[in-house]
Design a protein around this ligand. Structure first.
Ligand code: C2E
Ligand code: CA
Ligand code: CA
Length: 818
């Protein structure tokens, strides 16, 4: 886990640590220095004590020595000899005792002879010192302690008689102690050890030598009792020892009573240094106080300063997430505090943040605009501004879901222009686009506000609206739209006359798939187109069955092509007048392995515009060339074969190159091939058809118009085309003998066609009466069951020798001529 530690706190921590280290070091130095000073002062005191002892001893010694010397010198009568001196000393002893604190006097002779003594016994050191003095002829002074301590001065004395004597003077230390006390202001005591010891031993082994303690006995004892047991004598000898208790501070120092002798007796100096200690402590306290104050003061200043920065940084940190949340306005309403004089890094950071906010906001706005545009592209059609197929899906889904809540129905109408491709092909896509945009506006004009209009793609538009289950508004609306689109649409000074087909479907089933619903309207729309366009159809299940059938059929046709199930039956066409065979019409035959013979009328209209129909067509054209070649080989040159062409085939760009190729390969004259077109094929795309016809005509192909009379075209209209033959539909021929209207049509058609320089073929001649009548009407060519049923290709080649006699088919020349 990571712990949040504020930046100012980090810096502060660092600075404070540095500060602490510095102040501790300084304090340590100052305190060390003061301690050293303090110790040095003590050492100085200690040394002074020692010097003082020496000084006072020497002073006292000199005084005693001078007194004796001057006395002996000036009082000659008393110093004639040893006896005089001895008696003088005896006399003066009391005075010396009282005034000079002299306890003992000895007078010794050259050979250690004792002339005078105030003590009962004379210790050995007296003799030894005396001998030494005699030898060196100089005085000496020692402090010796036995029961008590005394200063022993040994000095050589010369009698007037000239004898060398030695005077030993023992004085008590009271004088010395008093002088020391006066000069050092210290409490004094003499300490000594009972047994032999060395300096490294503990102080407790030393006892106060009674009675020579010059000051308050109790005071000294009390302090000694409080000293630590392990305190070494050497410590007190070297530099003194500082001791503190509640009452005060004391400096204890030891000095050997006589350093030359090295005896075990010491002067103990006890000084009250409470005042110095207090001053020293005060000084140290001051140092500590100053150090701590400096640290605290600096810390507080730092905290206050860093708090200021911290506050500003935290503010910035609190504001920045607003940018992430795109709350620019909120970000801007907050104003960062600014200094009038100085700019610092935080202010620069704040400025950058503001800049970032501006930049981000403008970027966001751009992104939003772009997104909306993309959404528009995704959901709206750019050309018409209408919602597109994506939106249709979306809206239909929404509407279908609403069906769960109410008992309405949803109506979907699909509109498709009948000949929009022509506009594009002849006037270019720009015009086509303008047309669509205008048309869209017109459609929208026919709708209510609540109706939805979508551009489905190309020239297809979809309308969606909701209505009560019982209502049937869709056909009325469809009719209204079809009517409105019949009015010409003006695009750049051009007027376009168009028609459209509409498919209608509706549902109250919320579970239907959007795609299925749209497909239903599409199927219905194609039904309208199949019925000639310019109308609406309402989807029925039969339509769906038909579509499914068509799909199935297309698959079957594909298989049939692959498995060569197609063949031709050839129906003879004869000259009615002479009965001579002119040629045949090739009629498609499909023998399905399971379903047997399937008549062309049952499958061709269904697959009319499919890829498979094209394949069948090309197969048929090639087959025609083959049959002509075969007939040639069988000795029937010059016969012609009529082939039926579907509309899509005729508009296929591959048709021309294909026929050109066949002509080249079979080396056959195209004039033997008659291409049959229906009026519907011709009018589907008149300009394109004409263009193709002319090119084929130039190559030598012959054209006939099939089923003439069933369409709307007039002969004068057909006259503009390179048509050679008109085939009168069999419905007129069959009614001709009983129905004067049919008779009228047939006779006038024959007359007019011939008038225009074309030939006439009468189809579906079933009886001899029809044959005879046609003969009377001067119809040139006839075709029908009466002459012959269509003959399968293989049978034809076998039967031809029997049927044909001198070019006359089946003795037909005998019929028309009674
Ligand atoms: P269609 O072009 O009018 O062909 C003549 C149809 O009339 C043929 O029907 C023929 O068998 C039939 N027929 C001939 N004489 C008589 C008669 O005396 N009485 C009656 N009741 N019918 C007669 P089929 O073979 O069933 O062909 C039907 C239609 O299929 C053709 O009508 C043609 O439009 C189309 N078709 C046939 N073969 C092809 C083809 O190879 N390509 C294309 N595109 N269409 C074809
Ligand atoms: Ca035909
Ligand atoms: Ca026909």
């Amino acid at each position: 886990m990571r712990i949040y530690l504020s930046l100012p706190f980090k810096i502060m921590g660092l600075l404070m640590t540095l500060l602490l280290v510095a102040s501790i070091s300084l304090t340590y130095l100052w305190v060390g220095e003061s301690n050293q000073n303090y110790a040095f002062q003590q050492k100085k005191l200690h040394d002074k004590d020692r010097q003082q002892v020496q000084l006072i001893r020497d002073m006292l010694r000199t005084r005693v020595e001078s007194w004796f010397e001057s006395f002996l010198h000036f009082q000659a009568n008393y110093s004639q000899n040893a006896g005089d001196i001895a008696s003088f000393m005896e006399r003066e002893f009391e005075y010396l005792q009282f005034e000079w604190h002299i306890n003992n006097l000895w007078l010794l002779g050259g050979e250690g002879k004792l002339y005078f003594s105030t003590s009962k016994s004379t210790p050995d050191y007296i003799y030894n010192d005396a001998l030494k003095a005699l030898k060196t002829q100089s005085s000496s002074s020692f402090i010796r302690c036995l029961d008590e301590c005394q200063q022993l001065i040994t000095m050589p004395v010369l009698t007037h008689a000239g004898d060398m004597l030695v005077l030993s003077i023992g004085s008590s230390l009271i004088e010395t102690l008093a002088a020391l006390n006066r000069s050092t202001f210290a409490k004094l005591a003499i300490l000594s050890a009972d047994s032999v010891f060395n300096k490294s031993e503990n102080l407790v082994n030393l006892k106060v030598k009674m009675p020579i303690s010059f000051s308050n006995q109790e005071y000294i004892q009390n302090i000694l009792a409080q000293l630590p047991v392990e305190l070494k004598i050497s410590e007190l000898l070297d530099g003194g020892y500082r001791f503190e208790n509640e009452q005060g501070a004391y400096l204890l120092s030891l000095t050997a009573v006589d350093p030359e002798l090295g005896n075990q007796t010491y002067f103990l100096f006890v000084r009250d240094i409470s005042e110095q200690a207090l001053a020293h402590r005060r000084y140290q306290n001051k140092v500590f106080f100053i150090s701590i104050s400096v640290v605290v003061l600096c810390s507080v200043t730092l905290i206050l300063l860093s708090m200021q920065f911290r506050k500003r940084l935290l503010l910035l940190a609190a504001q920045l997430p607003l940018l992430a949340g795109k709350k620019y306005r909120q970000f801007r309403t907050f104003k960062f505090a600014k200094s009038h004089l100085f700019i610092d890094e935080i202010e620069l950071l704040q400025d950058s943040a503001c800049l970032l906010a501006d930049e981000l906001e403008s970027m966001d706005r751009k992104i939003e605009l772009n997104t909306r545009e993309l959404e528009n592209i995704a959901m709206y059609d750019r050309l018409t501004g209408l919602p597109n197929r994506n939106m249709l899906n979306h809206q239909l889904k929404k509407q279908l879901a609403s069906l769960r809540r109410d008992s309405n129905k949803i109506v979907v109408m699909l509109l498709d222009f009948d000949k929009f491709r022509k506009i594009n092909d002849t006037h270019g896509h720009k015009m086509g686009d303008s047309f669509l945009a205008q048309a869209a506006r017109r459609i929208r004009g026919s709708l209510r506000d609540s109706d939805m209009l979508f551009r489905f793609g190309g020239d297809e538009f979809v309308m969606v609206f909701v209505e009560k289950a019982m209502m049937e508004g869709a056909p009325i609306l469809a009719a209204k739209i079809i009517e409105s689109l019949r009015e010409p649409i003006a695009v750049e000074e051009l007027l376009f006359y168009s028609s459209c087909s509409i498919g209608i479907t509706s549902t109250n089933n919320a579970d239907i798939l959007v795609d299925d619903l749209v497909r239903q309207s599409d199927i219905a729309m194609y039904a309208s187109k199949d019925s000639g366009g310019g109308q609406y159809s309402t989807f029925t299940n039969n339509m769906l069955t038909a579509v499914l059938r068509k799909v199935e059929l297309e698959n079957e046709v594909r298989n049939a092509l692959d498995q060569s199930q197609f063949s031709f039956a050839l129906q003879p066409q004869v000259n009615i007048d002479s009965g001579k065979l002119i040629g045949f019409e090739a009629l498609l035959r499909w023998v399905h392995p399971q379903r047997g013979f399937i008549p062309p009328d049952e499958f061709i209209p269904l697959i009319e515009s499919s890829e498979n129909m094209l394949r069948i067509g090309y197969w048929g054209l090639k087959k025609t060339f083959e049959i002509l070649q075969k007939l040639d080989e069988l000795g029937h040159p010059g016969l012609k074969i009529a082939v039926n062409l579907s509309a899509s085939q005729f508009l296929d760009p591959d048709l021309l190159p294909f026929l050109r190729e066949q002509v080249r390969v079979f080396r056959r004259s195209p004039s033997q091939i008659e291409l049959e077109l229906t009026e519907r094929t011709v009018v589907a795309d008149i300009e394109h058809t004409l263009d193709t016809m002319r090119q084929l005509k130039d190559m030598g192909f012959i054209f006939s118009i099939d089923d003439f009379g069933t369409g709307y075209s007039s002969l004068s209209y057909l006259k503009q085309m390179p048509v050679d033959i008109i085939k009168i539909d069999r419905s007129f021929v069959s009614g001709m003998n009983d129905n004067s209207a049919d008779m009228q049509i047939v006779s006038s058609t024959i007359a007019m066609v011939q008038n225009l320089g074309m030939k006439v073929v009468a189809e579906g001649i079933e009886t001899s009466a029809q044959f005879k009548l046609l003969s009377q009407l001067k119809c040139e060519i006839g075709q029908g069951y009466f002459i012959s049923r269509p003959i399968p290709e293989r049978d034809l080649f076998l039967s031809l020798p029997y049927k044909l006699k001198s070019g006359v088919w089946d003795d037909l020349d005998k019929i028309s001529k009674p």
